[in-house]
Design a protein around this ligand. Structure first.
Ligand SMILES: Cc1cc2nc3c(=O)[nH]c(=O)nc-3n(C[C@H](O)[C@H](O)[C@H](O)COP(=O)(O)O)c2cc1C
Length: 170
């Protein structure tokens, strides 16, 4: 059963475990364009006295463009039943695909952000960007540069204040 509000400690392990197979990041443009992208990297913690979800989005992604416009995103933790959707959202771009339509996933209005959540997912984090940093060559070790950036397609790390987390404890 879904709960209206959960604590971060209730959901931390489940969220961490799900990252292995990809979780779903939703973004939207200022005119309501909405998009889903699969992410495999992220952190939850406390920063600047706030609970924060950090996501790493390469600058080439459509998602990057949309987060830049609205400074908001939601992170949605899937169950085991939407593997195909995770694959699609991680392999095509919202620039030329309507991923909500193609996956038949349902966008539901967020409580505290303009960006929707995905109702089929178990858990939802609503986040407002309160800081961002650029992963650039001089800030990274040679090992990370070689393994993660062979094409110089660097990430922006977005620090989203967690405004609310709700759904099913897993
Ligand atoms: C399992 C998995 C994890 C991924 N993790 C990330 C990630 O953390 N950051 C990122 O920028 N791209 C990641 N990607 C790639 C994007 O999901 C993919 O390029 C997507 O098509 C971008 O969509 P967009 O252009 O609509 O934003 C991942 C893909 C998969 C399959």
């Amino acid at each position: 059963m879904k709960k209206d509000e959960l604590s971060l400690s209730d959901v931390f392990k489940c969220t961490y475990d799900k990252f292995d197979n990809g979780v779903l990041l939703v973004s939207a443009g200022s005119d309501g364009r909405k998009n889903i992208m699969t992410i495999g990297w992220g952190l939850i913690g406390i920063l600047w006295r706030e609970p924060v979800f950090m996501v790493a989005v390469r600058d080439s992604r459509y998602t990057h463009e949309l987060i830049e416009e609205t400074n908001e995103f939601t992170v949605n933790i899937p169950g085991d039943d939407i593997g195909e959707a995770i694959k699609l959202c991680g392999s095509v771009s919202g620039r030329d695909h309507d991923k909500f339509k193609e996956t038949s996933l349902t966008a539901v209005a967020g409580k505290n952000v303009q960006v929707p959540i995905i109702s089929e997912c178990l858990l939802h984090f609503e986040c407002k960007v309160i800081g961002k940093t650029q992963a650039t060559p001089e800030k990274l070790s040679e090992e990370v540069l070689q393994s993660c950036y062979p094409r110089d397609d660097f990430h922006t790390l977005y620090y989203g204040k967690i405004l609310s987390v709700y759904g099913e404890e897993c």
